[in-house]
Design a protein around this ligand. Structure first.
Ligand code: NAG
Ligand code: NAG
Ligand code: NAG
Ligand code: NAG
Ligand code: NAG
Ligand code: NAG
Ligand code: NAG
Ligand code: NAG
Length: 875
């Protein structure tokens, strides 16, 4: 069977290899065929990809059905008629080429074109009617020309005035936002005029956009010195105005910003981007122009703002919902700085230098939902409640600060609606801690996510648990704390917890108590019935006690990597009915056996288990076969190495093949053949022995007899006790007893006869009796008949007699034929047959008259002296 399987596999792979080579050569042909004519990739009927092929022209032969044509990153300088006929084109990307001119007629056939990308070329002139054939063009990207586009601008936009929604003119050196007074771009949604050296935004510049619903106006990276307060009047309801790094002087004068805010106000802009303007000092005068504007989002990130005082925002940002102040240098927030921001929902103040939050700082911002204070220098949260009034706050981010204190719970008063609290990633060194008390989170009953990663949490072995009231908690991160202990019931009320990180601690003693006689392993995961993900890596665990995961029937992901586990019993993993991802890499596991993985195999999808000191011997056979057969993805399999035996050290686990070791004592093929041959021979021998048992037995007996006899005689002359030994079959007893013996033992010269009925010594083995009798008789008379030939003892006697010839050179056999024996039968007894053929035998005559002759001849033979008489001897 094994041999057959191997054969099948060999044949199959040969077939595969053959078809693979066929496939390769076919590919070769088609590829070559293509590259001669058409250099691009036809992805499908509508999509042709000619990117990055060093093309000097748009290639001919593009299928007419093409809707998307990418020819960017080439060296195309002329378009001419190469697009003729491509009537279905909807998107054409010609970015990163060397096109310097667009002429009328280039796009004559592209009535359906919707998106035209021409960025990063060298276009310096666009005729008025270059785009005249487009009836649907929505996107026109002319950004980043090495030349300036002023020639023809903005007249070339007139033909596409009704359809254009996105106009990208970044870095085109047009130096102006003046679109003239002839053009109306009513559909425009995105206008990018970044990096154009624009110095002023005048009253009439944006007339062309009157009535449009602009969503993004990007004026970043210009050198603006003047902004007329009514420059944005033509717009209505603009989404975002991006003025990042857009002013000639940094920081811009407050009066310029005041004009900006006035312009913003009239255009009803929603988001104003004022990043990277080197602003140091915010004053309400900057925002005074906003009036009662609808501005909802203000981004002041990446400035140099050092503090927020009561005058920073003034009363004009009452609609502001989002305020970004990332990456400034804010050290203080005065108590009323944020007082005007009554609609504020999100305040991002990450990456500043705040040292403390005074109670009441946010008391006017009752609408606040998200407060991000990550990456500051806050050292403590005051007992008075730094977050007073934030009754709607849902997310409070305080990671990467320097908080070192015992949390009493008063810090978070008013935060009854909080769902996310992040205190992770302390910047502190080891000797400072966050300590918890049972009341630490008492006000946070709606908390769903609590992150206490790396806060040097000293100990949570408190009863009742600080987490006891967090019945809604879904996510808890306690990793990287170097903790070594907590109480068995610490998590027992967290029935809704879905994610628990406990990695990078020293919880090994919980499962491996230093004093096992007194303590049993802590079942700290009991009751976490909703848990989906659990990280226990980097803890030094040496074992997983049975029942540890008993309640985790919904766990999908389990990290146990970088521990000291040398084995996990199957029972320990027993409760994990839905586990899909198991990470056991970098442990001390030598052997992965079936009992360990069986409980989770039904659901497991991914297993990470490399980095263990695998033993690559027979004991690993199950796992090695498992890898070959399983549907489970073994992660990073190529990194799995053997650690033992010495010969396999640091060799890939996949190079270990248990078949080579003959593990189950399964024998290789050649041994099977050997065994087959041996057992066949044995059977054959047994058959032979059974069929020819008597022959074999004779041979044995004859050999034994000869041996004994030669020992007895030692070659010297023997005096015979009997004249003849009579060998006969039981069936002929009557003839022997009534005819032969009386005739020979009586008469003038009686012969001394020996026959088994009378002369065999009782108690002596029959074989010995026969030998002795034959030996002590001068002759042996064989009384031949059918039954004599069939009798084995007779045959033996005959042979013993004959073998005497070889010992003593004595002729001993006299054959007496009692009845006619069919020659067929006789032929089996070779020597008798020969004797009969030579007529060297005496035949018992049926006719009574002839019997006297018979007796006389028999007696003559018996009377013959010891000289050998060859004619009677049958050899
Ligand atoms: C052609 O390929 C593109 C890119 O893979 C794909 O987005 C598009 O749906 C495909 N079109 C057809 C008709 O298969
Ligand atoms: C056009 O090509 C440029 C350059 O390869 C690329 O950056 C840009 O994303 C492309 N745009 C589209 C819509 O394919
Ligand atoms: C808009 O374009 C159409 C078609 O080219 C033209 O007839 C019309 O005058 C243009 N209108 C303006 C205001 O540019
Ligand atoms: C502010 O706007 C007014 C009125 O439009 C204008 O006169 C003044 O020059 C502008 N100031 C600056 C600095 O742009
Ligand atoms: C901030 O601006 C105000 C008013 O323009 C000025 O009085 C104050 O000195 C400025 N403070 C700093 C630190 O520049
Ligand atoms: C903000 O500042 C932090 C540190 O001060 C820096 O790592 C980060 O890159 C900055 N972010 C941006 C967008 O510049
Ligand atoms: C599998 O490993 C466990 C734990 O090492 C051991 O108790 C068990 O006997 C092993 N089973 C087999 C079949 O080797
Ligand atoms: C898998 O290998 C990659 C590359 O070496 C490594 O970055 C990653 O951490 C490994 N993942 C696991 C779970 O071992």
């Amino acid at each position: 069977m094994k041999c057959l399987a191997v054969l099948v596999v060999l044949l199959a792979s040969a077939h595969q290899a053959a078809s693979f080579f066929n496939f390769l050569s076919l590919r070769q042909i088609t590829h070559d065929g293509q590259s001669a004519k058409f250099p691009c990739k036809i992805v499908n009927a509508t999509f042709v990809d000619c990117r990055n092929r060093g093309l000097l022209n748009i290639p001919s032969g593009i299928p007419k059905t093409t809707q998307i044509l990418l020819v960017s990153h080439n060296r195309i300088s002329k378009i001419d008629t190469s697009l003729t006929g491509l009537v279905n084109l909807r998107l054409l990307n010609l970015s990163h080429n060397s096109v310097s001119k667009l002429e009328r007629g280039y796009f004559a056939d592209q009535k359906q074109l919707e998106h035209l990308y021409l960025s990063k070329n060298q276009i310096n002139k666009i005729p008025e009617d270059a785009f005249a054939s487009f009836t649907k063009l929505k996107t026109l990207d002319l950004s980043w020309q090495n030349n300036n586009l002023r020639r023809g601008f903005p007249e070339f936009l007139i033909p596409i005035n009704r359809t254009l929604t996105t106009l990208l003119l970044e870095k085109t050196m047009i130096k102006t936002a003046d679109f003239g007074t002839h053009l109306i771009l009513r559909s425009l949604k995105v206008l990018n005029l970044a990096a154009n050296g624009i110095t002023s935004l005048g009253r009439n510049d944006f007339q062309a956009l009157a009535g449009s619903q602009l969503q993004v106006l990007d004026l970043s990276y210009n050198s603006i010195e003047n902004v007329d307060t009514d420059t944005l009047d033509p717009f209505h309801g603009v989404g975002t105005l991006d003025l990042t790094h857009s002013f000639a002087k940094l920081p811009p004068l407050p009066s310029l910003l005041a004009n900006v805010s006035a312009a913003v106000s009239s255009a009803e802009i929603h988001k104003l981007d004022l990043r990277s303007l080197s602003l140091k000092n915010l004053t309400s005068s900057m925002f005074i122009g906003l009036g009662d504007s609808t501005l909802e989002e203000l981004d002041l990130s990446l400035n140099d703002i050092t503090g927020l005082d009561d005058d920073s925002f003034g009363p004009n940002l009452a609609h502001l919902k989002v305020l970004q102040l990332y990456n400034n240098s804010i050290t203080t927030i005065s108590l009323n700085a944020l007082a005007g921001l009554t609609a504020l929902e999100s305040l991002y103040m990450g990456s500043n230098s705040l040292k403390e939050i005074e109670p009441g700082t946010f008391k006017h911002n009752t609408q606040l939902l998200t407060l991000n204070l990550n990456d500051n220098l806050i050292a403590s949260l005051s007992q008075g409640g730094p977050f007073q009034g934030l009754i709607n706050l849902q997310r409070l981010y305080l990671s990467k600060n320097k908080i070192s204190q015992t949390l009493t719970g008063d810090e978070f008063q008013d935060l009854g609606d909080l769902t996310d609290l992040d205190l992770s990633g302390s910047k502190l060194l080891k000797d400072r801690h966050i300590r918890l008390k049972m009341d630490s989170f008492k006000t946070l009953s709606k908390l769903t996510k609590l992150n206490l990663k790396k806060v040097w949490l000293s100990n949570i072995d408190i009863v009742p648990s600080p987490f006891a009231g967090l019945l809604e908690l879904r996510f808890l991160d306690l990793s990287n704390n170097n903790m070594d202990n907590f109480h068995q019931d610490t998590f027992s009320s967290l029935g809704r917890l879905e994610t628990l990180y406990l990695d990078h601690n020293h919880f090994d003693n919980l499962w491996h108590p230093p004093n096992p006689q007194e303590e049993s392993p802590s079942m700290f995961l009991r009751k976490l019935v909703s848990l989906r993900k659990l990280d226990l890596s980097f803890n030094g665990f040496q074992n997983v006690p049975i029942g540890a995961f008993h309640d985790l029937g919904h766990l999908k992901t389990l990290h146990l990597s970088n521990n000291k586990l040398s084995e996990i019993s199957g029972k320990a993993l027993d409760g994990l009915k839905e586990l899909e991802y198991l990470d056991l890499h970098k442990n001390l596991i030598n052997v992965v056996n079936k009992t360990m993985l069986t409980p989770i195999l039904k659901t497991l999808k991914i297993l990470y288990i490399c980095g263990n000191p695998f033993s690559c011997g027979c004991e690993q056979e199950w796992f090695r076969d498992f890898i070959d057969d399983t549907q489970v993805t073994i992660g990073n399999l190529s990194l799995c190495l053997c650690a033992s035996p010495p010969g396999m050290r640091n060799k890939p686990l996949m190079s270990f093949h248990p078949e080579d070791l003959n593990c189950d004592h399964k024998l290789p093929l050649k041994d099977w053949i050997g065994i087959g041959v041996a057992s066949f021979s044995f059977l054959l021998l047994a058959c032979i022995l059974v069929v020819y048992r008597w022959k074999v037995y004779y041979i044995y007996l004859v050999v034994r007899a000869n041996y004994r006899r030669s020992k007895r005689h030692n070659g010297y002359e023997k005096v015979f006790d009997y004249d003849a030994f009579i060998s006969y079959s039981g069936a002929d007893e009557e003839w022997v007893a009534e005819k032969l013996i009386p005739e020979l033992e009586t008469g003038e010269e009686p012969f001394r006869l020996c026959h088994h009925g009378r002369d065999f010594e009782p108690g002596k083995e029959i074989v010995d009796n026969i030998i002795e009798s034959v030996d002590s008789s001068r002759r042996t008379i064989c009384v031949l008949s059918q039954s004599y030939l069939e009798s084995n003892w007779c045959s033996f006697e005959r042979r013993v007699t004959m073998s005497r010839l070889f010992i003593n050179y004595q002729d001993a056999l006299i054959l007496v034929l009692l009845e006619d024996l069919p020659p067929k039968k006789l032929s089996k007894y070779d020597h008798i047959h020969r004797a009969i053929k030579k007529k060297t035998y005496l035949k018992w005559p049926a006719n009574a008259d002839e019997r006297a002759v018979f007796w006389q001849r028999l007696k003559d033979v018996l009377n013959e002296d010891r000289t050998p008489d060859r004619y009677e001897v049958i050899v």
